[in-house]
Design a protein around this ligand. Structure first.
Ligand SMILES: O=C(CO)COP(=O)(O)O
Length: 257
């Protein structure tokens, strides 16, 4: 089973409309970096979706960082999956650890969001990962297992392979610290086994699992060279056009090697 690598930038709460446009124009001047056999996406704040839709190079897809599961109604401050799809969004990050920890998102809520995103014809990027204490207690596998099972509970086996999962150890996010690539591979392989157990072989073979947490242009290739790691979800290092272009080249080179 060959899976296409995916490089997704999560801008978090960074960049104004003007800054987003400048980023898109800068990577557009190096658009050949995105010509290879891989997928690319940028996930800006909602306010910059439109400008990126009209300025990003054609091979770089649009992503969002959050969604609400209800289709419409009295949910002040929320945005539905249909609204995102209409705005040109292809990928939606769901259950990022910042949303789980800072905004109280539960496994059950994350599961509903995954279903809503698939229902609107987009691809969820489901984030899972242990925090430092859970890691120190040796609970990494059981934490990612619980998060993965809960998030996929309402997804048909036939569609589970469309989901992208991002393994993001919380202690590695924004810290400059990463697990060794072999260590990340071990956890990602475990996540794939959980998908197989829950949704079958075909879904497990298709599902793309990314690594995220202090990925840079210098270390990305070590992760994407691992057999079960199918790309990267990148925060800080995705904010600089040159860094994003370098990571795109690294991921494409690895994919064709
Ligand atoms: O949270 C992340 C991506 O979703 C990772 O952030 P950093 O790449 O800044 O560590």
């Amino acid at each position: 089973m060959t899976r296409r690598q995916l490089l997704a930038g999560n801008w978090k709460m960074n960049k104004t409309v003007a800054e987003a446009r400048a980023f898109a124009e800068a990577i557009g001047r190096q658009a050949d970096a995105f010509a290879g056999e891989a997928d690319f996406a940028v996930c800006p704040p909602f306010t910059a979706l439109h400008v990126l839709r009209v300025t990003l190079p054609a091979r770089v897809a649009l992503g969002a960082q959050n969604v609400y599961f209800e289709p419409k109604g009295a949910f002040t401050g929320e945005v539905s999956a249909e609204m995102l799809a209409e705005a040109g969004v292809r990928y939606v990050i769901v259950g990022h650890s910042e949303r789980r920890h800072l905004f109280g998102e539960t496994d059950a809520l994350v599961g509903k969001k995954v279903e809503a995103v698939l229902g609107a014809g987009m691809t969820p990027i489901l984030c899972v990962g242990e925090d430092l204490r859970e890691r120190q207690l040796g609970h990494t596998e059981r934490v990612v297992e619980r998060q993965t099972k809960a998030a996929l509970a309402g997804v048909d086996a036939g569609r589970a392979g469309e989901v992208v999962i991002a393994y993001e150890p919380v202690w590695a996010i924004g810290s400059g610290q990463t697990p060794a690539p072999e260590d990340a591979q071990r956890v990602v392989a475990h996540i794939r086994r959980v998908v197989e157990q829950e949704k079958g072989k075909e879904a497990a073979g298709r599902v793309r699992i990314l690594y995220g947490g202090s990925v840079t242009a210098d270390n990305i290739a070590g992760f994407t060279a691992q057999p079960d790691i199918d790309g990267a979800l990148v925060g800080g290092a995705s904010l600089q056009p040159d860094g994003f272009v370098r990571m795109a080249k690294a991921i494409t080179k690895g994919a064709s090697a």
